[in-house]
Write a protein that binds this ligand. Sequence first.
Ligand SMILES: Nc1ncnc2c1ncn2[C@@H]1O[C@H](COP(=O)(O)OP(=O)(O)OP(=O)(O)O)[C@@H](O)[C@H]1O
Ligand SMILES: [Mg+2]
Length: 256
Amino acid sequence: MLFAVGSWRGAPGVTTTALALAESWPGPQSPVVLECDPRGGSVACRFLIPGSRTVEALASAARHGGDARLLAEHTRTTSAGAAVVTAPEDGERLRPLIAALAKPGGLLSTVAADSGAVMFADCGRLDPRDAETRAVLACAESLILVIRPVVEHALGLKAVLGQIRELHRDVGLVLVGPGYSSAELTWLLELPVWGTLPLLPTGTTSRAVERLRRDRTQAGFREAAAGVADVLIERRLVAGSAPHAVRMAEEVGASA
Ligand SMILES: Nc1ncnc2c1ncn2[C@@H]1O[C@H](COP(=O)(O)OP(=O)(O)OP(=O)(O)O)[C@@H](O)[C@H]1O
Ligand SMILES: [Mg+2]
């Protein structure tokens, strides 16, 4: 299973959401976050993880193919417990590595087809001109679009809905922080809301990361993320291995 996570504008919390989903995944699989934001990775810096970024070794090891086991061998674990394939901060170095992993028959397509594996691909801010992002999205079963439910994000998204739908046929929103309700956004954007994460104090120093870890638990952050993960799992159960069938079934039902 491969879920792409991205945003359209701003920095609403894509990386934070991908990490939270991995930390809170309620299923039996061990999820992995792949940093594939063409603007470069941020997890190693944020969590002060020393050493080289693991995507480089993964892309090299997977050049003739690869599976979930190979993927798991190339992760680092954050202090909050997420297994991450970390990426260089320089996006130009990252792009060819992502392209290699996302090529047809490559590691991402193998992991995507493996129901015993769960990957969250942090695609960062989505730009339809990024070939690497399009390649990752082609492997993903759904696109989790992270937004702050505020007027500029909501109306900005409404203006580009056509482009969003071209990027992926199965798109759902995760709202970060307060603002418009799920019902208002679903009405405005005609996209389902798969969950809401609370806004928490964050920072990039190790002390702040520790505080975030505590706060996540105290404020129900993990529970909220697990709620989003439950929605992803439920949709798969309803739709079999092709969740976009849910949308298609709804469309058929609506037109009947
Ligand atoms: N739920 C949250 N509560 C509070 N702050 C958050 C939350 N999610 C993200 N943030 C903060 O917002 C900022 C951006 O978060 P994050 O890096 O996850 O966003 P992003 O969308 O991945 O950004 P970028 O496009 O720069 O990679 C960070 O400072 C982070 O600490
Ligand atoms: Mg990010």
